[in-house]
Design a protein around this ligand. Sequence first.
Ligand code: ADP
Ligand code: MG
Ligand code: MG
Length: 252
Amino acid sequence: GSTLEIKDLHVEIEGNEILKGVNLTIKGGEFHAVMGPNGTGKSTLASAIMGHPKFEVTKGSVHLDGEDVLEMEVDERAKAGLFLAMQYPSEISGVTNSDFLRSSINAKREEGNEIPLMQFIKTMDENLDFLDIDKDMAQRYLNDGFSGGEKKRNEILQLMMLEPAIAILDEIDSGLDIDALKVVSEGINKMRSENFGCLIITHYQRLLNYITPDHVHVMMQGRVVKSGGPELAQRLESEGYEWIKEELGIED
Ligand code: ADP
Ligand code: MG
Ligand code: MG
């Protein structure tokens, strides 16, 4: 499996420091959850790793298997094996879902070693079935007119098709009804293997009833302030974040 190593990461948006030294290491085979109150920089962490231009890394490093991720162009990060599901997926008109997936898969492969069309279709059909997504969805333009739930399912379809080494899933559970939440979770659970590591960012503990993380991290004020096992997420669900602030002497 691969290793994503985030060290002392500092990130600014428009001159404001949002991340103030984040340290996290995610290895293949591991599911990590990052939780924390609103506005603590969870989405900033995801965006910075994927190279959103608005987020300026002022200090620290991100390495994937020793390669400097911050030196890579955005498309190179995906080719290197990173996957990011956005909190608000954007619409790309004029490209069908199916075309997008096939070209994304082929972008990760050597020239002359493209995925055979029949194999692509077969895998796509299996995954559409598994995720209970309408077959027509493959031929629709990417995210164009998709409902919130459809977008989320579609992101998990992308995840299953692209088989990244490390995925960062930001609020993949937001706005999902219980059936969609189960399907999305099953998709992520199906990915579990030594060759897949995952960082699941979520504001609520609910998702973690379906996906059991190996490690849980709490982010506050731009730092990871506490790490533990699945029991930490349960305690946050029942007691909130106040006790951590008291324990660590964090002021609002
Ligand atoms: P979280 O995901 O934990 O709720 P965010 O990373 O979205 O937190 O936001 C962290 C802080 O950065 C907040 O104070 C937010 O207002 C600010 N922020 C986030 N995105 C932007 C942006 N595009 N421009 C300016 N400030 C931003
Ligand atoms: Mg938020
Ligand atoms: Mg967020």
